[in-house]
Design a protein around this ligand. Structure first.
Ligand code: CDP
Length: 238
């Protein structure tokens, strides 16, 4: 292309934060409004964890888990009802949300070989721009060049309340106390692991969602998008 030609390219948006901060819901709504693809990276770690549990493999056994990758295919497909997660072609969108997966996923996600395996998939999904990706290490490791980075937080108590509501509405019998404990345990494992820990990128915008409803949070991020000025159509000289 000649000099001065402006090619319109969609941005990538990274949303990171601890369990239950609302990342996935916020990311899904943003993606819908912008016509972007939503990539919930936790779902990828969850799908691999479901496989580990199904095969009866010890979640701390990194090399046994790495062996599994030989024939594990995790995909995300956009369908009219939303994004579906496929594990070896099987729809596991619901199955990956169960408490057993939630309790084990942070152990599986600690392994460098697991992270490396999923890193390529995540970067491939975002290669053409136009992705809202949520997780723990998106702004720091997966998409360090994302045009907008948000770090969502909320108090552990509020996050536990939200997660309890969500799980109960899906028919899971759970108590607030158990969820709070599980969220705190996961926060610790995610924040303290040596590889790609949960951390805000230095250029991420922190957003505390405690006491804020979903619409308010989404509007705040849309405001940041317009002040970034490039999103919804990043302009790049090519
Ligand atoms: O939705 P929730 O906050 O419960 O968690 P999730 O996003 O589904 O992620 C489940 C787990 O996967 C996290 O607790 C992390 O241990 C791991 N994870 C990660 O290590 N890196 C990511 N980019 C996303 C998830």
């Amino acid at each position: 292309m000649g000099r001065g030609y402006l090619q319109q390219m969609k941005c990538n948006i990274a949303i990171d934060g601890p369990a239950g901060a609302g990342k996935s819901t916020v990311a899904r709504i943003l993606a819908e409004r912008l016509g972007y693809l939503h990539v919930d990276t936790g779902a990828l770690y969850r799908a691999l964890t479901l496989l580990v549990l199904g095969k009866g493999i010890d979640p701390t056994d990194e090399s046994a888990i790495a062996q599994l990758f030989q024939d594990a295919q995790v995909d995300m497909v956009l369908e009219p009802g939303g994004v579906k997660v496929l594990l070896n072609g099987e729809d596991v969108t619901e199955a990956i949300r169960g408490p057993e997966v939630s309790e084990t996923v942070s152990v599986v996600a600690q392994h460098p070989q697991v992270r490396e395996h999923l890193l390529h998939l995540q970067r491939r999904l975002a290669a053409d721009g136009g992705v809202v990706m949520d997780g723990r290490d998106i702004g720091t490791v997966v998409l360090p060049d994302a045009q907008l980075k948000i770090f969502l937080t909320a108090s552990a108590e509020e996050r536990a309340r939200r997660r309890m509501k969500e799980l109960r509405s899906q028919g899971h019998k759970v108590t607030y106390k158990d969820i709070l404990l599980s969220i705190r345990a996961r926060d610790n494992l995610d924040a303290e692991r040596p590889v790609a820990p949960l951390r805000a990128a230095s250029d991420a915008i922190p957003l505390d969602t405690t006491g804020k409803d979903l619409d308010t949070v989404v509007e705040e991020i849309m405001g940041y998008l317009s002040s970034v000025g490039r999103c919804g159509g990043c302009f790049t000289d090519s």
